[in-house]
Design a protein around this ligand. Structure first.
Ligand code: ZN
Length: 311
């Protein structure tokens, strides 16, 4: 399986347009030890010909242009992108769908609840169903046997996904009536992707509020983790903004501290561990910082946009 990490940052990107935190300011001044990053986006393929996106970021257009494998092939209308798997309804994970609205046949996998939020409650997503064979939605049941990624034309990608419910809530823009009608288990998913012919196993978990015991066993069976690296500390945004919600209240286990990602996943031996969805305030983005060193010494990678993996 080929895995392209097209974007690493959490919502807002790095730097974020309205952010003057130490990281964003120093990056703009050209004195930051680290690089800018676009919003989290991953693409996967088993044959380097047909590609599937894991979520759809607001930076998707530029991310596609930066990746020749995702450019059109023959003909005036073509894309090697055959489908998208959504793991939540968060704006920075779905808004890229609207950038793919140019009458391209695509299959979108999501839980029924996330599909209803987008398609039934947000009329702009009607732009994706203006023609027959444009976007076909396939409902995903968390915790089920999983599903093969298959194009609208019926071509099997050779990639199999298992989705499982993670603790978490629906995005803030979702109305209380819709939330009340929706299954809490369908709000936030984690994914395990593997090649049908026995290649490597990838865990994709950009939003993790809590690591349960069963989850650790699942992760130990994987070869590579792309895991929530949003915040270094629980009170990171509270300190930057002087108020607001903690990392845990926002559905993100902090990287450091008691019960944080480094501690909870410290016992994993098998998988390569890579942070994804890193917020612009996170001090581990600064490659001269003690936090960056701490993450690296704990065996984690803080990748740049464009990292490619072969599993
Ligand atoms: Zn910032």
């Amino acid at each position: 399986m080929r895995v392209k990490i097209l974007g690493v940052a959490a919502g807002g990107g790095f730097p974020q347009w309205n952010c003057g935190c130490l990281n964003c300011r120093r990056l703009r001044q050209g004195v930051f030890s680290g690089r800018a990053r676009t919003q989290a986006q991953v693409a996967i393929s088993s044959d380097n010909r047909n590609w599937y996106l894991l979520n759809a970021s607001p930076d998707l257009r530029a991310q596609i242009e930066a990746s020749p494998a995702l450019h059109p092939g023959d003909g005036v209308r073509h894309s090697p992108i055959k489908g998208i798997v959504l793991t939540s309804g968060e704006i920075d994970q779905v808004i890229g769908l609207l950038l793919l609205r140019e009458f391209q046949p695509l299959r979108v996998y999501a839980t029924a609840s996330v599909r209803r939020i987008l398609v039934e409650d947000n009329s702009m997503f009607g732009a994706l169903r203006r023609a027959a064979k444009q976007v076909e939605w396939t409902d995903v049941a968390p915790g089920g046997a999983g599903f093969d990624l298959t194009s609208v034309d019926g071509e099997n990608s050779g990639l199999h996904c298992e989705s499982f419910a993670l603790p978490g809530s629906y995005p803030g823009f979702v109305g209380s009536e819709r939330t009340a009608k929706s299954d809490p288990a369908e709000a936030v998913q984690g994914l395990i992707v593997e090649e049908a012919n026995g290649g490597g196993r990838l865990a994709y978990m950009p939003a993790v509020a809590l690591v349960e015991e069963g989850c650790l066993e699942r992760l130990e069976r994987c070869d590579t983790l792309l895991f929530d690296g949003t915040f270094w500390t629980d009170d990171e945004l509270v300190r930057v903004h002087g108020g607001g919600r903690t990392a845990r209240e926002m559905g993100h286990l902090p990287v450091s501290g008691p019960g944080g990602v480094l501690e909870r996943l410290g016992q994993l031996r098998r998988p390569r561990k890579i942070f994804l969805h890193v917020n612009n305030t996170n001090p581990m983005l600064d490659e001269d910082s003690p936090e960056y060193r701490c993450a690296r010494e704990a065996g984690w990678e803080v990748p740049h946009d464009g990292l490619e993996l072969e599993l």
